[in-house]
Design a protein around this ligand. Structure first.
Ligand code: PHE
Length: 337
């Protein structure tokens, strides 16, 4: 009997190859070679037919034992290789959770939001409540209740955006004066931040949409001195103790007397000094109290544009830049405030 007909020798050769199969593909080839229809063990089984019965019995047992041993070796090698493959995959996919993360660009607050928040902080520390009102207003609250005469030019289409149902986009935050008074009893101190809209020809200092901050203080003996003091406190908090402030007579239908106010401002880098004209102010007009159903009280109000307070100190030369979402502009104020 030569080697290719000896079941034990074939088995040894097969076991050797199975052990050496490095992956599942190689093992599958071993199976085909050793146990397949054309394999040597199958050939031996076929040769049984030409043997004597005694011979056949012993030889048949040897061949079957060899086949089973090969099959068992393949099965156990398969389990081994599968486990190894899984290990390799896990190793590959391993995530080191202790490594520092990769960060995408993070957002930040818009300069106008920061300036607004800063203002609200200042006023809250001075005891004011913060309230907000509707941007879509009625003619009543935006104009009539604020003592604007029927023919006042601000009511014109040229200056104000009207909706088809006769309402309008508020042109200032002052309509909240009457809205707030209708709902609350004096004394109180409130500030109203918010968006306002004007039908403007847009240029570097005018936008159709901008922001204002309104203050309203009502009580028993509120005077012009309190108004001046409130503006002074705001200036001190924003630009430092002792900052100069100025009131100049002016006219707004809803205050009497009325004034414009400015803060003396020194540019921290250039040292340039100038009056920063901020907005309007005055003592609440009796007709406004009347419209709100108030009697026997006094109060002052002031209102100013927030953009201006952001543009001048932060050196933003064009109001349109606030709304163009250009990161080259916005990124510069990430660290400010
Ligand atoms: N509402 C005025 C404006 O938009 C500003 C103002 C507010 C004036 C309060 C006086 C009192 O111009």
């Amino acid at each position: 009997m030569n080697e290719s007909q000896d079941p034990t020798a074939l088995k040894q050769a097969a076991l050797q190859e199975i052990q050496e199969a490095g992956d599942l593909d190689a093992l599958q080839q071993c199976r085909v070679r050793w146990l397949g229809k054309k394999g040597p063990l199958t050939a031996l089984l076929r040769s049984l037919g030409s043997m004597s019965p005694e011979e056949r019995k012993a030889f048949g047992q040897d061949v079957n034992a060899a086949k089973q041993a090969v099959q068992a070796a393949i099965d156990s090698r398969k389990t081994e290789l599968e486990a190894a493959a899984l290990d390799a995959q896990l190793e590959n996919e391993r995530v080191d959770v202790t490594l520092p993360g990769t960060h995408g660009p993070s957002g930040g607050l818009h300069l106008l939001t920061k300036v607004t928040n800063r203002l609200l902080d200042v006023f809250q520390s001075l005891g004011y409540d913060v309230v907000t009102g509707p941007e879509l207003e009625t003619e009543h609250y935006n104009f009539s209740a604020l003592n604007f005469p029927p023919e006042h030019p601000a009511r014109d289409e040229q200056d104000t955006f009207w909706t088809e149902d006769g309402r309008l986009l508020r042109t200032h935050t002052s309509p909240m004066q009457v809205r707030y008074m209708e709902q609350h009893k004096p004394p109180f101190k409130v500030v109203v931040p918010g968006k306002v809209f004007r039908n403007e020809a847009v240029d570097a200092t005018h936008e159709a949409q901008f922001h204002q901050l309104e203050a309203l203080v009502v009580g028993e003996r509120v005077t012009m001195a309190d108004l001046k003091g409130a503006i002074q406190e705001m200036a001190d908090a924003l630009f430092g103790e002792g900052t100069k402030t100025r009131l100049q007579p002016s006219f707004f239908p809803f205050v009497e007397p009325g004034a414009e106010f400015a803060i003396w401002w020194t540019h921290p880098k250039t040292g340039k000094e100038e009056w920063l004209e901020l907005g309007g102010c005055g003592m609440v007009h009796p007709n406004v109290f009347k419209a709100a159903g108030y009697e026997g009280v006094t109060g002052f109000a002031f209102g100013f544009g927030i953009e201006r307070l952001a543009m001048v100190p932060y050196g933003v030369p064009d109001i349109r830049w606030f709304y163009q979402s250009d990161l080259r502009v916005l990124d510069q104020f990430r660290g400010s405030l």
